[in-house]
Design a protein around this ligand. Structure first.
Ligand SMILES: NC(=O)c1ccc[n+]([C@@H]2O[C@H](COP(=O)([O-])OP(=O)(O)OC[C@H]3O[C@@H](n4cnc5c(N)ncnc54)[C@H](O)[C@@H]3O)[C@@H](O)[C@H]2O)c1
Length: 252
């Protein structure tokens, strides 16, 4: 049975993934907070402390790195400690513990400034007039990073350090540019979410398929099969057969 360490495993996405993965994997978590479910294994620790990451990832085959300051408007100090220093700790521990793969929760905010441009700025406001969803030029994994915040910068950094550890130490680095995952599993809380929503079922599928397949350095967009999505999921379809089953349009 593969051993997986999830950083930030007590959070929203960590809880979804624990529930899904604990059937087939030995799942462990590193978090400063206790898990909501007492059946989830926890190492209470801080990702900013290298020793905590090193110890908690011992014997792990895969690290799913979710732990972070998650607010888009987080200040630099918070982002630096929880997203930058911690991500370096995760890759360094992966190297020293012979972990084969890191799956990193990147974010759409690494390319968020595309939303200042047409047609994306209209779509996130729900101004669909004159737009054909089938003709939207999708943002793919080859566009330049365009972070929209210190938070977005930290996610671009996470992808860059992943590239470094993949090319130098052959650690598989799978970077998921996650859209919007909500506690209440629906896109209804904002018009933007009809484009960006990623359902619980679909993130579980994306992560599990990223675990199963042998990969290199990858960037996959994490989004459901929404009518108005503007991120390209061909790369994950081709490499890991990711086929999201939800479409936000069914929730209007
Ligand atoms: N939820 C979304 O819509 C979304 C979108 C894009 C990207 N992401 C990314 O996915 C990841 C998980 O997001 P989430 O929605 O589950 O967030 P969350 O806030 O629910 O979970 C984050 C967890 O990280 C833990 N954590 C933070 N700093 C830590 C530290 N220094 N040491 C140990 N644990 C620490 C927190 O205690 C928390 O349990 C984050 O990296 C986030 O940036 C989420």
């Amino acid at each position: 049975m593969k051993k997986i360490l999830i950083t930030g495993g007590s959070g929203l996405i960590g809880t979804i993934l624990n529930n899904h993965l604990m059937v087939n994997y030995e799942v462990h978590n590193l978090d400063i907070n206790k898990p909501k479910n007492k059946d989830h294994n926890i190492f209470i620790g801080n990702m900013n402390k290298y020793q905590d990451v090193l110890e908690s990832s011992k014997d792990a085959n895969i690290i799913i790195h979710l732990g972070a300051a998650v607010q888009m408007d987080s200040d630099w100090k918070l982002v630096f400690n929880n997203n930058i220093e911690s991500t370096k700790n995760v890759y360094e521990a992966a190297k020293n513990n012979n972990v084969k793969k890191v799956i990193f929760a990147s974010s759409n905010h690494a390319v968020g400034l595309f939303e200042n441009d047409s047609p994306y700025k209209e779509i996130v406001r729900g101004e669909y007039r004159d737009l054909d969803p089938n003709k939207i030029k999708k943002i793919d994994e080859n566009v330049p990073v365009r972070p929209d915040s210190f938070y977005g910068v930290s996610k671009a950094f996470g992808e860059a350090i992943g590239r470094y550890y993949y090319e130098t130490y052959k650690i598989q680095s799978i970077n998921l540019r996650i859209g919007t995952v909500q506690k209440i599993d629906s896109p209804k809380s904002s018009i933007r979410h009809y484009a960006t929503w990623l359902s619980h079922k679909d993130i579980a599928q994306l992560v599990e398929k990223s675990i199963i397949h042998d990969l290199e350095f990858e960037i996959f967009y994490g989004v459901s099969n929404n009518k108005w999505r503007f991120w390209d999921i061909k790369n994950s379809y081709n490499k890991i057969s990711y086929e999201p089953v939800e479409n936000a349009e069914n929730y209007r």
